[in-house]
Design a protein around this ligand. Structure first.
Ligand SMILES: NC(=O)c1ccc[n+]([C@@H]2O[C@H](COP(=O)([O-])OP(=O)(O)OC[C@H]3O[C@@H](n4cnc5c(N)ncnc54)[C@H](O)[C@@H]3O)[C@@H](O)[C@H]2O)c1
Length: 256
C-alpha cells in the first residue's frame, strides 16, 4: 500500500476532491484526519472508511478561525500520535466582481484560501520535523497559474497559494519536507456550480460550463478522484524527488 503507516490531515474533507482523497488515502493504508465544518457529511465519510476497514477520524472545524486552524493539527497528533502528510485543500470561490466588491466576500475568500493555510501549515511544520520530514500539498487552481477573468479575488488568492508553496519548498527542503501544489481545472463538485453561476456573472451557469468544457482539450470537466490520484502521488514517497511543483490537473486547459 502506498501510504502505509502514514498519518495524513486533509482539510475540506467532507465533499468533492477532499472526500475522494480521504477514501483513496485510507484505502492506501493511511490514518486519515478528515477536517470539515460540515459535521454530518464528515461523519458519513469517516463511517465509509471505517466500514471498509480503514482508519479515519473526523475533526469538525471552522477554518476561518485561527484557533481552529491550530486545533486541527493538535487533534490529529492527539488521535494518531503524529503527522506525516498535510493536504491543505480548503478554499473559497470568492466574488467575481472587483467594482463594488463586498468586503465580507473578499475576506472569506482570502481567509479560507490563504490565511487558514498559513495558520494550519505553521502549526504542522514542527510536527513534520519531529517525524524526520514529510510532505505538504496545497490545492491551488489553474486560476493560480493563469488569470481567470471570472475570479480576480480567487486568482489573487491562488497565486498567493502557489507563492507560499514555492517559498516553503526552498525553506523546508533541509528538513526533508517536500512542498507542492495541485492546480485543478474545473472539477465536478458542488463548488464548480458556484464558480459557474455566481449572481454577479454576466452569463449563466450552463453557458459558462459549456465554455469551460470547450476550452479544455480533453473536452470535459474532471472527476474528484482524478485530483485525489494526483494528490496521492505528490504526497507519497513515489514523488520523493519532487518539490516546489505546481501541477495542473486540468485536461490540458493551461497547455494551450
Ligand atoms: N471544484 C473546482 O472546480 C475547483 C477547481 C480548482 C480548485 N478548486 C479548489 O478545491 C478546493 C475544494 O474544492 P471542492 O471542489 O473539492 O469543494 P466542495 O464544494 O466539494 O467542498 C468544499 C468543502 O469545504 C468545506 N468548508 C467550507 N467552508 C469551510 C470552513 N469555513 N471550514 C472548514 N471547511 C469548510 C465544506 O463543508 C465542503 O465540505 C478549494 O481549495 C477550491 O478552491 C476547486
Amino acid at each position: 500500500m502506498r501510504l502505509e503507516n502514514k498519518i495524513v490531515l486533509i482539510t475540506a474533507a467532507a465533499s468533492g476532491m477532499g472526500r475522494a482523497g480521504v477514501l483513496r488515502f485510507a484505502a492506501e493504508g493511511a490514518q486519515v484526519a478528515a477536517v470539515d465544518i460540515d459535521q454530518a457529511s464528515l461523519d458519513a465519510v469517516v463511517k465509509e472508511v471505517t466500514d471498509a476497514g480503514g482508519s479515519a477520524t473526523g475533526i469538525c472545524a471552522d477554518l476561518t478561525q485561527d484557533t481552529d486552524c491550530h486545533r486541527i493539527v493538535d487533534d490529529t497528533v492527539a488521535a494518531f500520535g503524529g503527522l506525516d502528510l498535510l493536504w491543505n485543500h480548503v478554499g473559497h470561490p470568492g466574488p467575481s466582481s472587483v467594482e463594488g466588491i463586498d468586503p465580507d466576500d473578499y475576506e472569506i475568500a482570502m481567509d479560507l484560501n490563504v490565511r487558514s493555510v498559513f495558520w494550519t501549515t505553521g502549526r504542522a511544520i514542527p510536527e513534520l520535523r519531529k517525524r524526520g520530514g514529510g510532505s505538504i500539498l496545497f490545492t491551488a487552481s489553474i486560476a493560480g497559474l493563469i488569470g481567470s477573468p471570472f475570479s480576480p479575488v480567487y486568482s489573487a488568492a491562488k497565486w498567493g497559494v502557489n507563492g507560499m508553496m514555492a517559498s516553503l519548498a526552498g525553506r523546508l527542503a533541509a528538513d526533508n519536507i517536500r512542498v507542492n501544489s495541485v492546480c485543478p481545472g474545473p472539477i465536478d463538485t458542488p463548488m464548480l456550480k458556484v464558480f459557474m453561476g455566481r449572481p454577479d456573472q454576466e452569463t449563466d451557469r450552463e453557458a459558462n460550463q459549456a465554455m469551460m468544457e470547450k476550452l479544455t482539450p480533453l473536452g470535459r470537466v474532471g472527476r474528484p478522484e482524478e485530483i485525489a490520484n494526483a494528490a496521492l502521488f505528490l504526497l507519497s514517497d513515489e514523488a520523493s524527488f519532487i518539490t516546489g511543483v505546481a501541477l495542473p490537473v486540468d485536461g490540458g486547459f493551461v497547455s494551450k
